[in-house]
Design a protein. Sequence first.
Length: 265
Amino acid sequence: MFIDSHCHLDGPRFDSDREQVIARAREAGVTNILAIGIGDGPGTLDCAVKLAEQHDFVYATVGIHPHEAQLARDSNYDEMAQLATRPKVIAWGEIGLDYYYDHSPREIQKAVFIRQMDLAGAAKLPIVIHCRPSDNTDDAWEDCLNLIDQHWKPFGLGGILHCFTSKWPHAKRALDMGFMISFAGNVTFPKAQQIRDSANEVPLDRMLIETDSPFLAPVPYRGKRNEPAYVKEVARQIGELRGLSAEEVGARTSRNFHNFFSLPQ
């Protein structure tokens, strides 16, 4: 029993075999998938909702990624507010800050992040956070967590730090604000000791696992297209750190997912 709490199944990389990818996930024991609804930015914001409405075990999010922040218009916020009312939408995201690529100016990223937190709060949906700092710094983490503290914490809805890559103090600060911490395939990479150190500190009842498909395929699939079936390798690595089987990590993180989103087991 495994849950892929963050994957991107829309887009051309899955166009030729999307249903087969989903079938392989089911065969591997993946009981639920959270499809992330950022698409390619404005114009494709309903991509995950469409997919979720075709499969009873798939849920969806909606949001504008920081990469596309400069493309956001009032009509896009109105569209997301409407999509957020659909029954299969259980979170808002991924949203946040990306100072590594800086595809959108940082001040615009912050403004779009804040506006989406306000909309998520009005919709009573938790948020899914993307945060990537510039090289060898904590700049985006400090800004992101400060904005969450100022603009999101009062809603009391928490969220998920997706594909966590930072240090334990940042995870601890988010945990104190009601967040879950999710680990992806990069926890298996040989040079990712900082991620493994954090994964060893996060309480198991506050942890999720994900693939971030089609990105970040775990060892032994590194370099290939990632897919939800490979979430078991993330569970295996977490299990090695914690002295547990992959199946036990899968069961416990699945329970965390259902409990956090108040979903039936």
